[in-house]
Design a protein around this ligand. Structure first.
Ligand code: ZN
Length: 396
């Protein structure tokens, strides 16, 4: 069975190559925005949706136009991929999976995608070959084991470059040890499991998160002190008036970079931890029961918002699911409204006092079992997933 797998490498373009990347980012953004505007115009005047192929034909014409000759310097496959992305955004909108497509702005993460045609994208030693750019120095960790389909080049807010290769590979099934576990993704800990283990968030993560909040506060104070007043915006809202445009404020730009660097660090620590934990879970267990939390609904609850976004459950679960697929393990999801923390995992008694998040340990008033809040919840998640909840005396 063939699967698609991503390989991401840090790349180090020389100054010439960095100029080309900047130009390609700009061309792709231009094409995306140009056709978004054109599709809007055509829809308004002719009541029809332009197809992807119509746009692709037009981009060829556009390149011959004397005002758009600069587009000919760009990787033409990258322009086609930008049109595909726009089309995808429209399809998602029509099928009610997303809002109406928006214009891409320059300060968004910069990236473009190109296809591999007849080995135009490949790895040679410590270099990645990228169409129209050439050999870009890279830090290659593990080599792809199949056919490279496409490459996405990204420049982060902190000025680092990465290439992500999408590779078609034969699925090599990996073993698991046949265990069964329930996990409760937590607030004070990253998670607790039904075997009584809890995994704390790394200390480095907490420290950097604290630093991130501090630097963000500093940044917003700097921006505030640059505001002279407010005026009415085009949509009626209040729009701040600045003493000096933010792009010209050296100190604010410096602080922005600082925030981006700390943010990058936090994301890296988190991703690293999530990979380690998910690999361990899928190699040890055949069944992993988790709560399918309605993250969006919970983030609105401000008290929990920070903790939830911190542990970034959604991303962890998707990492867990794709690894489970490779190891032949099952991730079972238990629905959101199940009161997993309040039920005694021994006798099924529902203790409303446990609703309070401050209660970490409790004794069941009915059977006297002593519970750690999160471990008990994890046990309930497991038995609910296995369909045995409500049966008294589980485990006897
Ligand atoms: Zn009990």
């Amino acid at each position: 069975m063939l699967i698609h797998r991503g390989y991401r490498y840090r790349i180090y373009p020389n100054s010439q190559q960095a100029i080309l990347f900047a130009m390609f980012f700009g061309c792709c953004r231009f094409v995306y925005n140009y056709f978004l505007a054109l599709r809007q115009k055509v829809y308004a005047s002719e009541r029809r949706n332009m197809s992807q192929y119509e746009c692709m034909r037009l981009v060829t014409e556009l390149k011959r136009d004397k005002d758009h000759l600069w587009l000919t310097g760009c990787d033409s496959m990258a322009l086609q991929e930008a049109i595909k992305d726009l089309n995808k955004a429209f399809v998602n909108f029509f099928e009610k999976r997303a809002g109406y497509p928006r214009f891409h702005k320059k300060h968004y993460a910069q990236s473009y995608r190109t296809r591999n045609q007849g080995h135009s994208v490949r790895i040679e030693g410590n270099y990645v070959i990228i169409p129209k750019v050439g050999a870009v120095k890279a830090r290659i960790s593990r080599l792809p084991q199949g056919r490279i389909l496409n490459a996405t080049i990204t420049r982060t807010a902190t000025g680092k470059y990465f290439v992500s290769l999408c590779v078609e590979e034969e699925l090599v099934p990996k073993p698991n040890n046949g265990g069964v576990v329930g996990i409760d993704l937590g607030i004070s800990d990253f998670y607790a499991d039904s075997n009584g283990h809890s995994v704390p968030n790394p200390r480095a993560l907490r420290l950097h998160e604290k630093k991130l909040r501090r630097e963000q506060r500093r940044l917003s104070r700097m921006i505030e002190s640059n505001i002279t007043g407010y005026c009415k915006g085009p949509k009626g809202g209040r729009v701040p008036v600045y003493k000096k445009p933010l792009s010209e404020c050296q100190n604010i730009q410096k602080q922005r970079l600082k925030v981006a660097l700390v943010h990058e660090k936090v994301v890296n620590i988190r991703t690293d931890m999530q990979h380690k934990i998910s690999t361990r879970l899928v190699s040890e267990n055949q069944v992993i029961a988790v709560e399918s939390l309605n993250v969006r609904g919970m983030v609105r609850n401000h008290k929990l918002a920070k903790a939830i976004s911190d542990v970034s459950w959604g991303r962890f679960l998707s990492t867990l699911e794709y690894k489970a697929f490779e190891h032949g393990s099952d991730v079972l999801k238990v629905d959101t409204f199940f009161p997993s923390s309040q039920l005694c995992s021994e006798c099924g008694y529902q203790n409303a006092k446990v609703k309070n998040l401050g209660v970490r340990k409790w004794v069941c008033p009915k059977c006297g079992a002593v519970h750690d809040r999160d471990v008990n919840a994890a046990k309930n998640i497991l038995s609910k997933a296995l369909g045995t909840v409500g049966h008294t005396g589980t485990g006897h």
